[in-house]
Design a protein around this ligand. Structure first.
Ligand code: NAP
Length: 554
């Protein structure tokens, strides 16, 4: 198994429960995946903590106490570590181990896995829990390597404490990581903070708070039904319906629209999507909501020029991840916080001491890069995966990722991916989706063992059909219009292809369950002698299998 983040930890536990021996190879010096690497100041989860936790063990979910409505990175890292200890998983995880190459050895029917320290492992199956956000994007800015001050990256923040007091700090990037970092650093006794913004993000308050004991008690008493409900939704979160009345977002009166918008703004977090469920499929609805959000910025930020620069207009709301954090726009009212619009004044170079734009030089003691990831496919392609006939995954995906259900790739037997491209993955509540994948994949591995099946891989036809379906569903949303990381547009040369299945976590689960219940149609199951194990029912395609159409893609 590769990766000891949320998915890898549970996968190890689940396999051990089933009596299947497994080892996890993890690049980091600690467990936690995303929550190990992204330890930048202000790092916080945008899914409420009562939901951002494992559901697989009743004792665990009842006993663990979250302190905040939205958990901070240190608390999540602690949580994941105590899960590892609680279920005695640490001895199954080999840290500081980067998988460099995986080669399918058809004759022997196993993968040869080679790591950066020269070790080799043989594995009947490889489960890739490599994460949607691991491979870092380092922009090609002239002189970046020359910077003589402290150069830090939000996506692999140092383990040692970082001191900010009295420093002149710059941040490049204003996605969730940059916005959260800037908001946190503005509270530190720094001399100055310059935020270098290329594209403004839509930012809504999280309305964070200490968790109230009564709320927690009630939540825990109803955990089972809440978890079950979450698994049926589009995104995978337990959406508490907010009754706003009849009428679509675009058609209701101004007065009614503002009444709804105020509810969403005051509730914060994901409420914008609950109150306006059509904003990702209706451009007029989307424009109406974004105009409201720009109005909020004008109310908060005193300088109208800065307010305008902070106002996103270049993409649909939700096309990039909506940033959820309290107090971001407010920092621009501080005299020591400055917004630099690098669309107006592009960054020309980074010198030993400063960021130099087309019109100004900004001397800095510390430069923080919050420039994102090669998401969804990056971590898989970072490994030299060599499948049947010597064909590599990089070759197979040269024109874009090609998977069946986002779990398997034709030509790569016994390799199963969690939260990868082609599944709801990075456009879902990844913990819920990880649990589903872990259960589905471990059931398949068990099926292999019980039926003496030596190799499993999806058929080309099933993968082709799945990709067609993925594109068809995506086309019913506004998510394919703008160039975003969800289409790979932030990585030079990456094929423009929607990464996630947008039909909803609930519907996706139904399709996968149907496949499993039918003896895995769409997959080629072979015994060691080469004979095929036929499914009980032929693969009829995702639409025929589960006709209900879900358009909740928030
Ligand atoms: P991101 O959303 O991809 O943002 C990267 C930022 O860097 C963008 O503002 C981008 O501008 C900017 N950038 C890239 N190259 C640049 C250059 N050469 N010059 C200037 N600016 C440049 O990355 P992220 O913030 O790390 O977030 C990654 C994903 O993780 C997102 O989906 C995010 O929501 C998620 N995340 C979630 C949480 C949470 O749950 N709370 C926290 C952190 C991250 P452009 O937009 O113009 O390309």
């Amino acid at each position: 198994m590769v990766g000891a983040g949320i998915a890898g930890i549970f996968m190890l536990h689940r396999l051990r429960q089933l009596g299947i021996p497994a080892t996890v190879l993890e690049k980091g010096a600690g467990v936690g995946g995303t929550w190990f690497w992204n330890r930048y100041p202000g790092a916080q989860c945008d899914v409420p903590s009562m939901q951002y936790s494992y559901s697989f063990d009743e004792g665990l979910q009842q006993e663990w106490e979250w302190s905040q409505h939205h958990a901070r990175q240190p608390e999540i890292e602690t949580y994941l570590n105590q899960v590892v200890d609680r279920f005695q998983l640490r001895d199954g995880i080999r840290l500081n181990t980067t998988v460099e190459r995986m080669t399918w050895q058809g004759e022997e029917g196993h993968w040869l896995v080679e790591t950066d320290d020269g070790a080799q492992f043989r594995a009947g199956q490889c489960v890739m829990a490599t994460g949607g956000y691991h491979t870092w994007v380092v922009p090609d800015i002239r002189g970046l390597g020359r910077f003589g001050g402290e150069l830090l990256y939000t996506n692999h923040w140092p383990l040692e404490p970082v001191l900010f007091g009295g420093k002149r700090i710059g941040i490049i990037g204003t996605g969730s990581s940059g916005v959260q970092t800037a908001t946190a650093l503005a509270k530190e006794p720094i001399e100055s903070l310059h935020v270098f913004q290329r594209s403004p993000s839509y930012v809504v308050p999280s309305r964070d708070r200490t968790l109230d004991a009564e709320y927690v008690r009630d939540y825990k008493a109803t955990y089972a039904e809440r978890r079950a409900r979450a698994r049926r939704t589009g995104y995978g979160t337990d959406v508490v319906p907010i009754p706003v009345g009849e009428g679509t977002t675009a058609e209701v009166s101004d007065e009614e629209f503002l009444r709804r918008a105020a509810i969403a703004w005051d509730l914060g977090g994901g409420a914008m999507g609950t109150v306006f469920p059509d904003f990702l499929v209706d451009a007029a609805a989307n424009r109406r909501v974004t105009e409201f959000l720009r109005g909020k910025i004008r109310e908060i930020v005193r300088d109208p020029v800065v307010a305008e620069r902070l106002s996103a207009r270049d993409h649909f709301l939700g096309a990039k991840r909506i940033v959820i954090v309290d107090g971001y726009f407010e920092i621009y009212n501080q005299p020591n916080v400055h917004l630099v619009d690098v669309r107006e004044s592009p960054i020309k170079e980074i010198t030993e001491t400063a960021v130099r734009t087309s019109d100004t030089e900004y001397p800095l003691d510390m430069l923080i890069m919050a420039t994102g990831f090669d998401s969804a496919t990056g971590a898989m392609l970072a490994i030299d995966v060599v499948g049947e006939g010597g064909r590599t995954l990089r070759e197979s995906w040269a024109g874009g990722h090609q998977t069946f259900l986002g779990i398997g790739v034709p030509g790569f037997p016994n390799m199963y991916m969690i939260n990868a491209a082609g599944s709801p993955g990075i456009r879902s509540h990844m913990m819920v989706q990880a649990e589903h994948h872990v259960e589905w994949i471990s059931d398949l591995i068990l099926h292999q063992r019980e039926h003496d099946i030596a190799s499993v891989q999806p058929s080309e036809a099933a993968a082709t059909q799945w990709m067609e379906h993925l594109l068809e569903v995506a086309a019913t949303t506004l998510l394919t219009v703008d160039d975003t990381q969800y289409l790979g547009s932030n990585v030079p040369g990456k094929p423009r292809l929607v990464t996630s299945y947008l039909g909803g976590v609930g519907r996706y689960r139904d399709i996968c369950d149907r496949v499993a219940a039918s003896g895995y149609p769409g997959w080629i199951l072979q015994r060691r002698d080469g004979s095929a194990v036929a499914p009980s029912r032929e693969w009829e395609g995702p639409v025929a299998a589960v006709p209900e159409r879900v358009a909740n893609v928030i």
